[in-house]
Design a protein around this ligand. Sequence first.
Ligand code: BDR
Ligand code: CA
Length: 309
Amino acid sequence: KKKVILDCDPGHDDAIAIFLAAGSDAIDLLAITTVSGNARIEYTTRNALVACELAELDDVPVAAGASEPLVREQVISVDIHGTSGMDGPDVRPPKKQAIEHHAVDYLIDTIHREKEKVTLVATGPLTNVAQAIKKDRSIVEKLEEIVIMGGGSFGNKTPAAEFNIYVDAEAAKVVFESGAKLTMVGLDLTHQALAQDREIVAIENIDGEVATFTVELLKFFRSTYLDVFEIDGGPIHDACCIAYCINPEVFTTKHLHVDIEVKAEHTYGMTVIDYHHVLEKEPNAHVAMELNQDIFWDMLYSSLRNLNK
Ligand code: BDR
Ligand code: CA
């Protein structure tokens, strides 16, 4: 089993990433840490607890983390995820509570505690991850890799920048320059994982509370993507990272050099991907290229079936 920590900001697609991990035999989910992003930290933490409870992840600790980016003002994503960060389904207040530790300390402790190397999956802004690296750089050697949902060759928050990187580009710069093995799952990849009618119907046909909740999430997410971007289908961005942990064959990658823009007016938060090795710099990221949609959707359906109650 792969030892995984998920740092996230649920988030419709973050919640689905949690379900995908929870229903898979290939993943040992060590902890979930939360960061502000899609919504304020109180909401993203509550949403993570709700998702854990639904998926019966009783033994997985949830630790709340950064309430704002390293340098910039907080930006949240009301237009896509609603004010709660997970609008759509009816959400009951969770019984499960976050642990007392701060996410940054808990990340460091958990990574050191494990004998095996840990895979850190980051599906929100990179604030916690950057802070953990800055606080204790020795975690980098203890990580198998960091799988990041972020960036791409186009943007969704600005024409150049993807939301997670845009929200805390200074943090992203720390992580991309850390020397850790990185897999970057950007919009070029995640827009190949669109939940359209066919996929939503397939999930509707799965019994159980988690599948029903997922359908509600997908319907809301699909409608905001249509309103805001005129895209027919909700890209299940964050679940692509977990899918890769379960089976790396779910997408192809290219080892490339990626810089994070932190100064420019129009392109702040852009991932500048050197596809053609123009800079002749050492590659620092395995950039996700092509998704095998059959593998991806089968994995999600199978996890949801396993979580069937
Ligand atoms: C990313 O931003 C959020 O809206 C999603 O949860 C995903 O992590 C996509 O740009
Ligand atoms: Ca997210």
